[in-house]
Design a protein around this ligand. Structure first.
Ligand code: 13P
Length: 253
């Protein structure tokens, strides 16, 4: 079977309105379309999501949020619901990024509720998991990732098209990446864990992205790994030229 593949940019808390120029440049660079079988989205700060979605109109790129509240609306000052992201033109939303787990103490149960909210609003959740360096050093990386993934993914989510992203915490923004063998081993064990919990067919159909210091120089090697179905890219997604190089690297594998 052919799984969907995705290259997704996470701008994190970067970008004022002027950053939309990078989205326009991307739309222009890929006006003839993306490589076959690939979907691509940028998840900007919510403050410029509407402008980004507008800049992507008529292009092959989609817009996404970086987080959403579990509730649809109500007395939750400062929070943004999945319905609100969808209203601005989002089609995807990242949930459970390690920076939110660390900075805001988000638990697997909360991440799962956010993924459910995404689906309720018609968004595709991109559910993030990943071990810390201490967990890897202790030989617990696969166990930690399996446990996060199975507890953060709602029942029925994989059948509905959810995407998972493996992002080792120690590789994010550090320029360090796991070896290609380590990434391959993790993606295989993650898929096995998802299969054990949600069924092998659902696991086999689910795109598993890699994230953490992916850039034009290493993208082709990482994207070519069996079981890696794309990337979640932070720093290198801020410049259209770099993100475009990563998309082109996908086309060469
Ligand atoms: P970097 O690509 O900057 O390491 O960030 C990865 C990431 O956290 C994407 O969600």
């Amino acid at each position: 079977m052919t799984r969907r593949a995705a290259i997704v940019g996470n701008w994190k808390m970067n970008g004022l309105k002027a950053q939309i120029a990078e989205a326009r440049a991307l739309a222009q660079a890929f006006s003839d379309g993306l490589p076959d079988g690939l979907i691509s989205a940028i998840c900007p700060p919510a403050t410029i999501l509407a402008q980004l979605a507008e800049a992507f109109e008529g292009s092959p790129f989609a817009a996404g949020g970086q987080d959403c509240a579990p509730q649809a609306s109500g007395a939750h000052t400062g929070d943004i619901s999945a319905e609100m992201l969808a209203d601005l033109g989002a089609r995807y939303v990242i949930v459970g990024h390690s920076e939110r787990r660390a900075d805001h103490g988000e638990t697997d149960a909360q991440v799962r509720a956010k993924a459910e909210a995404a689906q309720r609003a018609g968004l595709t959740p991109i559910i993030c998991v990943g071990e810390t360096e201490a967990e890897r050093d202790a030989g617990r990386a696969e166990e930690v990732v399996a446990s996060q993934a199975t507890a953060s993914t709602p029942d029925g989510a994989l059948e509905a098209g959810a995407i998972l992203a493996y992002e080792p915490v120690w590789a994010i923004g550090t320029g360090r990446t796991p070896t290609l063998d380590d990434i391959a081993a993790m993606h295989a064990s993650l898929r096995t864990a998802l299969g054990g919990r949600f069924g092998d067919d659902a696991a086999a159909a689910t795109p598993l992205l890699y994230g953490g210091s992916m850039k034009p120089a290493n993208a082709a090697d990482i994207l070519a790994i069996n079981g890696v179905d794309g990337g979640l890219i932070g720093g290198a997604s801020l410049k259209a030229a770099d993100f475009g190089e990563i998309i082109k690297a996908y086309a060469t594998i």
